[in-house]
Design a protein around this ligand. Structure first.
Ligand code: ADP
Length: 257
């Protein structure tokens, strides 16, 4: 995409020529389009649950709701409201990553983070009859602890959400002199090949209703992608429908020092 600018060349008050300047604005135009699309998506994602919340409160206020239905309505309102909080937190996180805000760097053990995440998600995994475990190295590296935690958490949360009853989630941390690797492998529903590139886009979901029912915002993997890039790392996805998904992240140990 180009933007043109016309300039006249004037000599002794006479126009002797014109110059046409062409600026390649493809990148800017794309960034602008991306921003507009993001704003439209955010508005939609915020509006839908809020309309639901207003609908249920209207119903209760009108006196038309049966008293035995009220706990269910309140439950719905609470669930949607907490989904909105998660969504807003995710949006804030993404905008910090977009702006490249400086964040505190320290020595972090990916193995310890994996252990913490396993403890936090233990109940969620158990309630779906999924075994969740981690093994491997300490995996010490320099990075932003909160972002690294978010990477491990989001990958494991997805591995549980898009799994089957009786399935498993295995986290493996390994390292060599220069790099630390994190692998999250699940035995879940998998991602069809044509969606595999796109799941890292903002608000992209393979199955919208499944994602929303489980409280997903559609932003998890885009946060992961940006947080990995912040650490100069690489991410790879391998997946087979009905078999499972393996996501591997590799970080240079000392890129942020
Ligand atoms: P969401 O909040 O919807 O989980 P994400 O950005 O984390 O958003 O993931 C985007 C989409 O990628 C999900 O809606 C789901 O369709 C798919 N997905 C992510 N992780 C997995 C996985 N481990 N197995 C199968 N599908 C997955």
């Amino acid at each position: 995409e180009y933007q043109f600018d016309l300039s006249r060349i004037v000599s002794d008050d006479a126009v002797v020529g014109t110059v046409i300047l062409a600026f390649d604005i493809t990148e800017q135009a794309e960034a602008e389009r991306g921003r507009r699309e993001f704003t439209a998506n955010v508005s939609h994602e915020l509006k839908t649950p809020l309309q639901g919340i207003i609908g249920y409160t209207d119903l209760m206020e009108s006196g038309l709701a049966k008293s035995e239905d009220i706990p269910r309505f309140v439950g719905y309102i609470k669930k949607e409201a907490s989904r909105l909080v998660t969504l807003i937190e995710d949006i804030i996180r993404l905008s910090q990553l977009d702006e490249g805000t400086d964040m505190p760097v320290s020595e972090v053990s990916l193995g310890h983070l994996a252990d913490e995440v396993c403890k936090t998600l233990f109940d969620a995994a158990k309630s779906k009859n999924i075994s969740l475990s981690w093994s491997g190295a300490d995996g010490n590296m320099y990075g932003v602890k909160r972002l690294l935690y978010e990477i491990v958490y989001n990958l494991c949360d997805n591995a549980i959400t898009y799994n089957r009853s009786g399935g498993s989630v295995k986290i493996t941390v390994s390292e060599d002199d220069k790099n630390v690797r994190l692998e999250v492998a699940d035995t879940g529903i998998g991602i069809p090949a044509e969606h595999q590139e796109r799941v890292f886009e903002r608000f992209y979901r393979v199955d919208k209703s499944h994602s929303k029912q489980s409280g997903g915002t559609g932003l998890g993997l885009s946060i992961v992608k940006h947080a990995v890039a912040y650490h100069h790392g690489k991410i790879a996805l391998e997946s087979e429908p009905n078999k499972g998904t393996v996501i591997t992240v590799a970080f240079p140990k000392k890129s942020l020092v």
